[in-house]
Write a protein that binds this ligand. Structure first.
Ligand code: ADP
Ligand code: MG
Length: 225
C-alpha cells in the first residue's frame, strides 16, 4: 500500500441510550492508502456508517484513534473539526441530499460559499465538477427535473468541488437502478484511479463493492480478518 491517508487503531464506539449501551465498533484497526477505493461491507447494524462517520469527522470515537493525514480527527474541537471537514472530506449520501430549490449548479457551488473564493472562480470550479460527472448541460435543472442517477452525479460533483482528499459515500447506489448505479460507481472509481482521491464507500452489494480496489467486512462492530 502507498502511504496510508487514514490510519485507524483500536477504534471503539459505544452509544449510550438511556440505561442501554450499544457497542457499534469494537477495537477496529485499519489503514487506507492514498487513491484507494475501499468498499466497507457488512450486514445492517454492523457499524459501517459509524466507522464512516468517525473517519469523516461527523462522529467521535469512544476510544482509540483515527488519524487522517496525521491529524487525530477525534481530538479536534467543534470549530476546528468543521473547518477540517470542509477542507478534507466530500460526502455522498444514499438519498442524494440535494437542496430542492437550488439548481444543479447552485447545489455544486454551495460548499465553495464557505471558502474565500470569488464568484468567477466558484463558477469555474462548479462548472468543471459538473462536466466531470457528465452533467455540464444540466446546470440549470432543479433536482426534481433530474433522474435519480443524475441527482447522485450532481451530489458527487458537490462532494468533489472543494478538491477534498477523502470522498466518503454511504450506500451511494442504494436508491438507484442498475444502470445508474454503474455510472455512479464508474465515476467514483475514476476519482480514485485518475484523480488520486481516497474513496471510502459503504455498501452491502457485492456488485458495487467489485468496483472498489479493496473490500473489508464488518460484523458486530469488528473487522473480519
Ligand atoms: P450499519 O451502517 O452497518 O447499518 P450503524 O453504524 O448505523 O450500522 O449502527 C451500528 C450500531 O450502532 C447499531 O446497533 C445501531 O443501532 C447503533 N447506533 C448507530 N447510531 C446510533 C446512535 N446515534 N445512537 C445510538 N445507537 C446508534
Ligand atoms: Mg448504515
Amino acid at each position: 500500500m502507498t502511504e496510508p491517508v487514514v490510519s485507524i487503531r483500536n477504534l471503539s464506539k459505544v452509544y449510550q441510550q438511556g440505561d442501554i449501551q450499544v457497542t457499534a465498533l469494537n477495537g477496529v484497526s485499519l489503514d487506507i492508502g492514498a487513491g484507494e477505493f475501499l468498499a466497507l461491507m457488512g450486514p445492517s447494524g454492523s457499524g459501517k456508517s459509524t466507522l464512516l462517520h468517525i473517519i469523516a469527522g461527523v462522529d467521535r470515537p469512544t476510544d482509540g484513534q483515527c488519524l487522517v493525514q496525521g491529524v487525530d480527527v477525534g481530538q479536534l474541537d467543534e470549530s476546528a473539526l468543521a473547518d477540517w471537514r470542509n477542507q478534507n472530506v466530500g460526502f455522498v449520501f444514499q438519498s442524494f441530499n440535494l437542496i430542492p430549490v437550488l439548481t444543479a449548479f447552485e447545489n455544486v457551488e454551495l460548499p465553495l460559499l464557505l471558502t474565500q473564493l470569488g464568484g468567477r472562480e466558484r463558477k469555474r470550479l462548479a462548472t468543471t465538477a459538473l462536466e466531470l460527472v457528465g452533467l455540464g448541460d444540466r446546470s440549470h435543472h432543479l433536482p426534481r427535473q433530474l433522474s435519480g442517477g443524475q441527482e447522485q452525479r450532481v451530489a458527487i460533483a458537490r462532494a468533489l468541488v472543494t478538491d477534498p482528499r477523502l470522498i466518503v459515500a454511504d450506500e451511494p447506489t442504494g436508491n438507484l437502478d442498475a444502470h445508474s448505479a454503474q455510472e455512479v460507481l464508474g465515476i467514483l472509481q475514476a476519482l480514485s484511479r485518475t484523480a488520486g482521491k481516497t474513496v471510502i464507500m459503504v455498501t452491502h452489494d457485492p456488485k458495487a463493492a467489485a468496483f472498489g480496489s479493496r473490500s473489508v467486512h464488518l460484523e458486530k462492530g469488528e473487522l473480519l480478518p
